[in-house]
Design a protein around this ligand. Structure first.
Ligand code: FAD
Length: 293
């Protein structure tokens, strides 16, 4: 099913993101995780890909696995280190597996790797997919606090508008920890006449390694409540796990109460975290979407 249909049918869409195992690892490493996530009945599961494109075959395999488990996959496709030919091969492979939705991304720069002569921005890939007549629904990324490379949020939103106008059907946001940043961002999108549904990206901070990585890489602002939680529980794995789940759940409940069109949870392949959050927010989602238990 096309994800745009889900947005037509539901007031709020709820989904997870997973990443493929390393090319050298057995596929079985994630089979159990995908089955456990699928049992939680998210509206869809997105599957990341490496910016270099070398892991794209794995993305296709995992997307297929998601589909075999009865859940709609959204396959990520990056373009900064791709050619028109390699992008076409990736898209044809996904299409051949029955994948109907892709997330078109530029990807992060890889030190020393040659950059594409065919694609400079994600908007180029969106145009390529739309003009190529592949028939996918095309989602794209957005950044409530602005993309780190951009001079400021207003310029980033002008670039986002160009991307959306190439034929994006919904946006998935970068993770953030302060919901007010997301609400302000939605107001700016409305002012810029960007009307596609936007899903809020939520990352539960449940492990020391996530804390280190997220703080150094995402550039997301850390509100006082999150820095207190980190300071108190950084070296206490059980408490950090519980506190991280509780904080993310609180963020999601507030977002759903505020009427956002969806929430996308970066579960880092952790089915336990996904289950705890999904179970807590399920009654709220059912209420919003008018569904029976
Ligand atoms: P773009 O939309 O091209 O934007 C990148 C920068 O270029 C921005 O600063 C933007 O303002 C600027 N820009 C855009 N268009 C123009 C223009 N016409 N002229 C001038 N400047 C312009 N990375 C991966 O490698 N694999 C993944 O699976 C992956 N999944 C992600 C999922 C989500 C939801 C998000 C938010 C990010 C993900 N990323 C992933 C990271 C992403 O690849 C990086 O953030 C990357 O730096 C930007 O990608 P983009 O598609 O947003 O790029």
């Amino acid at each position: 099913m096309k994800i745009s249909r889900l947005f037509e049918q539901k007031k709020a869409v709820f989904s997870f993101e997973v990443f493929p195992p390393k090319p050298t690892a057995e596929l079985s490493a994630v089979q159990e995780t995908i089955a456990a996530l699928a049992a939680l009945r998210p509206d869809y599961i997105s599957v990341t890909c490496s910016a270099g494109g070398s892991g794209n075959a794995r993305t296709a395999q995992i997307a297929q696995l998601v589909k075999q488990n009865g859940i709609e996959p959204l396959a990520h496709v990056t373009c900064l280190h791709a050619t028109a030919e390699s992008a076409d091969a990736t898209l044809r492979e996904l299409d051949g597996l029955g994948v109907e939705n892709v997330l078109a991304l530029r990807g992060d720069r890889i030190e020393g790797a040659a950059e594409s002569r065919d694609f400079a921005h994600a908007s180029d890939l969106v145009r390529f997919i739309r003009r190529g007549g592949y028939g996918f629904d095309v989602a794209a990324a957005c950044y409530p606090e602005g993309h780190p490379e951009c001079a400021g949020l207003p310029e980033d939103i002008r670039n986002l508008k160009r991307k959306v106008d190439e034929g994006v059907s919904h946006l998935n946001s970068q993770l953030f920890f302060d919901n007010e940043d997301f609400y302000r961002f939605l107001d700016l999108l409305a002012a810029a006449d960007i009307g596609v549904p936007v899903q809020a990206g939520i990352m539960p901070l449940v492990k020391k390694s996530h804390v280190d990585r997220i703080i150094s890489l995402s550039g997301a602002k850390i509100p006082a409540a999150v820095s207190r939680l980190i300071a108190r529980f950084y070296d206490k794995p059980d408490s950090l796990m519980e506190a991280g789940i509780a904080y993310a759940t609180g963020q999601i409940i507030d977002l759903l109460s505020a009427g956002v069109r969806g929430v996308h949870v970066y579960v880092m392949n952790n089915a336990y975290v996904a289950r705890r959050i999904a179970e807590s927010v399920a009654p709220v989602l059912r209420e919003i979407n008018g569904e029976k238990a």
